[in-house]
Design a protein around this ligand. Structure first.
Ligand SMILES: NC(=O)c1ccc[n+]([C@@H]2O[C@H](COP(=O)([O-])OP(=O)(O)OC[C@H]3O[C@@H](n4cnc5c(N)ncnc54)[C@H](OP(=O)(O)O)[C@@H]3O)[C@@H](O)[C@H]2O)c1
Length: 265
């Protein structure tokens, strides 16, 4: 059982980056950033519950990992999916330590005044409600355990006015607001809550958008101080860092992982 004070596990003091004997739930783990988070967390010794809709893809990711792994195929916005994930975590046997709320969609490309209202429903349902469903379910367990970590996926899109993806931007700004609120509410229980705001990271989500808009791809690279977009492990490593004891005094924070893109204005 974890306590609000002294959350470090015996034997872990040597290496605050290890996650041995801790179970982490990762949503959207079938590909992209979520699959990378699973690989990095497994390398650090974590046991994992991987959640997404595509069972075959989840199985492929799980088969690479050398720790205890359960897979849950389902929609993150269904409370039943979260319940199955918690059951699977309990079955693994090590305490539920972390949740990475990573599942997300950005399928539309319209100005706000041209966005059909059902697209707001679709995006907010996955990106915001799905994250709230899992944060609520896992947060209750962590609160009762006296400690844990929640990392929510925001985006620099939630911190700027990137055109043509209004519902996505709004969903990610809301994620940051939920993060701060939960950090304040759960801090006294030893549960730390942060969000990570990636810039452009090569994944299926972004590849579709950029191949449909080569001019946008060029602009993004031109505006990056590093002169490139990021790759999935470059987003995953900071996410996993926030799950570790090395991040034990960070909560309510939005960690921007964008290769300097926001700094460049
Ligand atoms: N890539 C970027 O540049 C970037 C930048 C900023 C923020 N982000 C955020 O990072 C997160 C991951 O993005 P990504 O680039 O890795 O995207 P991706 O490659 O499209 O992966 C999205 C993941 O979410 C899962 N997912 C989508 N809808 C779901 C649902 N209703 N229920 C359960 N799982 C669902 C997908 O699996 P299934 O299809 O199998 O369900 C997949 O595993 C997202 O929250 C995204 O907004 C990405």
């Amino acid at each position: 059982m974890y306590r609000a004070e002294g959350v470090r596990l015996k034997g872990m003091e040597q290496n605050p980056y290890r996650l041995d004997n801790r179970t982490i739930i990762v949503t959207g783990a079938s590909r992209g950033i979520g699959a990378s988070v699973a690989r990095v967390a497994a390398r650090q010794g974590a046991n994992l519950v991987l959640v997404a809709r595509a069972k075959d893809d989840l199985e492929a990711v799980a088969s690479e990992l050398a720790t205890s792994v359960a897979i849950i195929d389902g929609d993150v916005a269904d409370t039943e999916t979260a319940e199955r994930a918690l059951d699977a975590a309990e079955e693994i046997g090590t305490p539920l330590w972390g949740l990475v709320n990573n599942a997300g969609i950005s399928p539309f490309y319209h100005q706000v005044v041209d966005t059909p209202l059902h697209e707001w429903d679709d995006v907010l349902r996955v990106n915001l409600l799905g994250a709230a469903v899992f944060a609520r379910a896992a947060g209750r367990v962590m609160r009762d355990n006296g400690g844990g970590r929640i990392v929510n996926l925001g985006s620099i899109a939630g911190l700027t006015g990137l055109p043509n993806i209004g519902p996505y931007n709004a969903s990610k700004a809301a994620i940051d607001a939920m993060t701060r609120t939960m950090a304040v509410e759960l801090g006294p229980h030893g549960v730390l809550v942060n969000s990570v705001a990636p810039g452009t990271i090569r994944s299926e989500m972004v590849d579709g958008l950029l191949s449909a808009n080569p001019a946008l791809a060029e602009r993004l690279v031109a505006k990056s101080p590093l002169g490139r977009v990021g790759d999935c492990p470059e987003a995953a490593e900071p996410i996993v860092f926030l799950l570790t004891d090395a991040a034990s005094f960070i909560t309510g924070h939005v960690l921007v992982v964008d290769g300097g893109r926001l700094a460049a204005g």
